[in-house]
Design a protein around this ligand. Structure first.
Ligand code: ZN
Length: 438
């Protein structure tokens, strides 16, 4: 544990990016082999492992439950699946790679000709060695995913196929961790837990949010932070439907995904476009000197579509490295442990922590001595800093813009000074009764 501190002396101690990156990568390696889907025991197993990192509250939403316009589907579990040739040799086996089965395949055991088998097989349109990731959640279907090379090697013969799965009444499962702050106001970090062995999309997000939770649980936070792991679309929709009466507590939120690849950061604004989280994320990325791109909200993409649906309209943006469908290997077996690295996971952790720091400490103040500058010298505020320093500039910017209209994010934006300096100056001025929080 390094003694890097956020938010001045009282915020607490958090791991360095490198320490966090190593821990996230180890957790990702443990979670990567598990066959997850939008429901089933692979998701529960994933949450059992996360319980060892941060305490979770796990919820089950039964099959058939109506959640807004959606109905919770049946639960899917799979034990084995394979294609065998005429000699009984298993030439494709789910045990080797869980991407080999179309997710949510209904059970089947039959014999097929090559032509019949080919109608049940998906391969990657561009890359001959990649096994694609395919799902059929809401249409009953079965199928296999193969690399084009495997497919091309299949000769005319009779094949035996087996998918030993169950699709039955059960539930979908989501997990939450609430890290209480001084306020009931919440910052929400949501990620999806429904993808099988894909490292960047989104084992990286699952693991990063857990380690983030562990680190945040050691800090004295002003806002409460809620972490949510749930299956894509149906998960956030279920959570929103079950928590509709308390959504006004959510003051900011981020959808976390694809955080382990070497790509630069991408922040996609909330539907509101100018929410604190939109300004805070941009500022944190600026202050850290990251390579990043800011994008406006569009109703395409990940779970931000649910949080930003018009009847919900929460201030929730999406923060990733390369967005989901923009990195090589997306939704294929090439999204593996080689694609992701501790260094990039660690940087992502640092960025998330920096955004949370900005959101947690942002406030609007009023200068209690606004007529002329207050005399800083007699209060000892010039004593250690000297003329023309960073700290003095931060004090003067905060005093000048603390008119009850500008928050600290606005002061940092307009001054060009780091948010950390601005927040430190505000704390100092508040201690000397020169600022009052509105
Ligand atoms: Zn995906």
């Amino acid at each position: 544990m390094s003694d890097r501190r956020l938010g001045g002396v009282d915020w607490g101690v958090v791991p360095s990016d490198a320490e966090a990156g190593a821990e996230i990568y180890e957790l990702l390696r443990e979670l990567y082999p598990i066959c997850r889907s939008i429901s089933g025991d692979g998701v529960r197993r994933t949450f059992e492992i996360l319980q060892g990192v941060v305490p979770l509250e796990v919820s089950e939403v039964p099959t058939g439950t109506q959640v807004f316009d959606w109905t919770v589907p049946r639960e899917w579990n799979i034990r084995e699946a394979w294609i065998a040739d005429a000699d009984g040799r298993r030439i494709v086996d789910f045990a080797d790679c869980n991407l080999h089965v179309l997710s949510y395949s209904v059970p089947v055991r039959t014999r097929l000709s090559l032509a019949e088998l080919k109608e049940r097989v998906f391969s990657h349109p561009a890359e001959p060695d990649w096994i694609p990731y395919r799902t059929s959640y809401y249409n009953e279907n079965w199928g296999f995913c193969l690399s084009r090379r495997q497919l091309d090697e299949l000769g005319e013969a009779e094949y035996e196929v087996c998918i030993d799965s169950t699709l039955a009444d059960g539930s979908i499962t989501y997990a939450e961790a609430l890290l209480p702050g001084q306020l009931e106001d919440e910052i929400l970090i949501s990620t999806y837990s429904c993808h099988p062995s894909l490292a960047n999309d989104n084992t990286s997000g699952i693991a990063l949010v857990a380690v983030l939770g562990k680190s945040l649980s050691r800090l004295r936070l002003r806002h409460s932070v809620r972490l949510l792991w749930s299956p894509g679309s149906i998960g956030p929709i279920s959570w929103l439907a079950r928590n509709e009466k308390r959504l006004d507590r959510v003051k900011a939120g981020l959808v976390a995904s694809c955080l382990g690849d070497p790509g630069s950061f991408t922040y996609k604004r909330s539907r509101r476009g100018d929410a604190d989280v939109d300004r805070g994320a941009a500022l944190a990325l600026r202050d850290r000197g990251e390579r990043y791109e800011l994008r406006d909200f569009v109703p395409l993409g990940g779970d931000e579509r649910q949080f930003c649906s018009p009847g919900i309209n929460l201030p929730v943006g999406a923060l990733s490295r390369s967005p989901a469908d923009e990195f090589p290997g997306y939704h294929s077996s090439a999204d593996d442990l080689e694609l992701v690295g501790p260094q990039w996971l660690g940087e992502s952790f640092g960025v998330y922590l920096a955004v949370l720091d900005v959101l947690d400490r942002n406030a609007v103040y009023v200068n209690t001595s606004p007529k002329g500058e207050p005399q800083l010298g007699k209060r000892g505020l010039y004593r250690s800093v000297g003329g023309g320093s960073f700290e003095e500039a931060a004090l003067l910017w905060v005093l000048n813009l603390s008119d009850g209209e500008h928050d600290l994010i606005a002061v940092a934006e307009r001054s060009g000074l780091p948010f950390a300096e601005i927040a430190r100056a505000a704390e100092l001025l508040e201690q000397h009764d020169l600022l009052r929080r509105t």
